[in-house]
Design a protein around this ligand. Sequence first.
Ligand code: OSB
Ligand code: MG
Length: 368
Amino acid sequence: MKFTAFELRRVVLPLVSPFTTSFGTQHHREAVILRAVGADAEGWGECVALADPVYSPEYTAGAHQILRSYLLPRLLAAGDVSALQVAPLLHGIVGHRMAKSALEMAVLDAELRAADQSLARYLGATVDRVPSGVSVGIMDTLDDLVSAVGGYLEAGYQRIKIKIKPGWDIEPVRVLREAFGDGFGLQVDANTAYTLGDAAHLRRLDEFRLLLMEQPLGEEDIRQHAELARLVTTPICLDESIVSAEATADAIALRAASVINIKPGRVGGYLEARRIHDICRANGLPVWCGGMLETGLGRAANAALAALPGFTLPGDISASNRFYATDITEPIVLEDGYIRVPTGSGIGVTPIPELLDEVTTEVEWITA
Ligand code: OSB
Ligand code: MG
């Protein structure tokens, strides 16, 4: 399809409660939303970069800038393009996978809407709903944590992930097992907060029957994760380190991880995400779909991806109301612990114009 214009929006959505990780506290979700205007249909994309470069090198203002100055002009100049051509077309621009992912998502959404096909069907989904997990931030007190997790279990979430950091790791896990027992899936996410020197400390998590330990060490510490994996029994899962299919293949070959968190935004798009799924499946590694506090747009698309057969663990695909009192789309809801896979064409949801306008802080049109 030929694309004639792109609408770039900056949005800011307030969070229902602050979200704290080892890299900081978020009170708002600031994001770039992209609308592709094509000859046959429109498509929507969401950029998962955070407001600041604290999880990955990308950040909202930078993603906006790279889309405006480099990615969109190339796409507009390319004439007729399909989603499969977006990554090769943008290959000459190094990095910026989150920005590239937003663009590929918008093009793919438009293409699928024009063909009246759902993203789930296009990707190869095999189920119509996906089990829902929730990511729980670092709290001020253990009591606050127990009460938050109690609420999520009550709501039906099928597994709990808690954020950890040095000083908030063993005890939080212990109190959750004491409060709620062994009958629920529990995992931890360190967002790179430890070093291999902490191996003996991290080994203390082994007695709590965790599903996995996510990204304990640095993004580039693939070999060190392999070393750590030999020293602990809790399965190691990589998030930040998994930036591409190539990085995934290397991590598997080095035995640095036995589980992979796939985030489409982090790896450059849903097509690369599917490649990573395929590589993991061929190697017998379970995968799950990570989250980046997406609006309903990214949340719906993630549910489609998570419906592929290799996604055998519940992902961080929670209901819209886990983060937002009002989403920009019809809210994604939890039903008996599951999120329904959208069946409409494309990603299956669109922003509700008034709700999108309400959270928009800047609008810019990029044309050929
Ligand atoms: O490490 O998985 C992470 C949110 C922002 C940045 C990184 C991460 C997270 C989460 C939240 O854990 C996942 C979600 O959207 O529910
Ligand atoms: Mg993570």
